[in-house]
Design a protein around this ligand. Structure first.
Ligand code: ATP
Length: 234
C-alpha cells in the first residue's frame, strides 16, 4: 500500500532523513520507533507532503506522493493524527469531529460516518456537547483519533499518541489503535513507548540518525538484543 524508497529530507542545510525505506501493507499495524531526534516525525511529515522529499520515492497504491500537495494526499486516503492532539478547544467535541470530515468524498456521509466512528469511542459519544478544551488529556487523545477516523482514511498515521498519557490510558489508547486496525484501517504508528508499540504492531522499523537500522515483526524486534538494550532498558 505504502512504499518509501531511499527517501532523503531535511530542513535548510541539515539532512534529517538519510535514505529511509519502508513498506506498509494493507491491513497492517506498522510502527516506526527510535530515539528523540531520530527523524520519526520528519518521516511522517514527508509522507504527508508537509516536508518535501529531496530524493527517493514515496508510493501509495502505485501513485507517486512526492508530486502531491498535503491536501491531495488527504484526499488519496492518508490522514495524520499529529503529536499533541491539536483539537479546537472552544468548539464542542461534535464540532471537532465534523472538522475531521473535510475530505470531499467523506462530507456527504458525515452523519453515518460519525455513528460508525462513535461505536469505537463510547466515551467520546457521551461527551459530544462538551467543549473539547474541557476534556481530560486521555479523552482529548481519543477525540483526536476519532476526528482522524472521520475522514474515512485508508491509512491512519499516528505521531506519538501515548505522549502525556497515564499508564492506564496508554493501554486504552493502544487498544483503540488495534481496534481501528482490526476494523480495516491500516496504521502507521510512531512511538517512543517501544515496548507497548511492538506488542500491538504486526511489523516495525527502527530509525536511528535518519536511517532504518533494523526491521522485523513486533515479536522479533522485542526479542532483538539491540532493541532490548537501546530501547527497553534490559
Ligand atoms: P521526537 O521523538 O523527539 O519527536 P523525532 O524522531 O520525531 O523526535 P524529528 O522531529 O523528525 O525527530 O526531528 C529530527 C531532527 O530534525 C531533529 O534534530 C530536529 O531538531 C530537526 N527538526 C525538526 N523539525 C525541524 C524544523 N522545522 N526545522 C529545523 N529542524 C527541524
Amino acid at each position: 500500500m505504502l512504499k518509501l524508497r531511499d527517501v532523503t529530507a531535511g530542513y535548510g542545510k541539515s539532512e534529517v532523513l538519510r535514505g529511509v525505506s519502508l513498506e506498509v501493507h494493507a491491513g497492517e499495524v506498522v510502527t516506526l520507533v527510535g530515539a528523540n531526534g531520530a527523524g520519526k516525525t520528519t518521516t511522517l511529515k514527508t509522507l504527508c507532503g508537509l516536508v518535501k522529499a529531496r530524493s527517493g520515492s514515496i508510493e501509495f497504491d502505485s501513485l507517486n506522493l512526492t508530486s502531491h500537495a498535503p491536501h491531495e494526499i488527504v484526499e488519496l486516503g492518508i490522514t495524520m493524527i499529529p503529536e499533541g492532539r491539536q483539537l479546537f478547544p472552544f468548539l464542542t467535541v461534535e464540532e471537532n469531529l465534523l472538522m475531521g470530515a473535510y475530505k470531499t468524498s467523506a462530507r456527504p456521509f458525515h452523519k453515518e460516518r460519525m455513528e460508525k466512528v462513535l461505536e469505537i469511542f463510547p466515551r467520546v459519544k457521551e461527551r459530544l456537547a462538551q467543549l473539547a478544551g474541557s476534556l481530560s488529556g486521555g479523552e482529548q487523545q481519543m477525540v483526536a483519533i476519532a476526528r482522524g477516523m472521520m475522514a474515512d482514511p485508508r491509512l491512519l498515521v499516528f505521531d506519538e499518541p501515548s505522549l502525556g498519557l497515564s499508564p492506564l490510558l496508554v493501554d486504552q489508547m493502544f487498544d483503540v489503535v488495534r481496534t481501528v486496525a482490526d476494523q480495516g484501517t491500516t496504521v502507521l504508528l510512531v512511538e517512543q513507548n517501544v515496548f507497548h508499540t511492538l506488542q500491538i504492531a504486526d511489523r516495525g522499523y527502527v530509525l536511528e540518525n535518519g536511517c532504518i537500522t533494523l526491521s522485523g515483526t513486533g515479536r522479533e524486534l522485542l526479542d532483538n538484543p539491540h532493541v532490548r538494550r537501546a530501547y527497553l532498558g534490559h
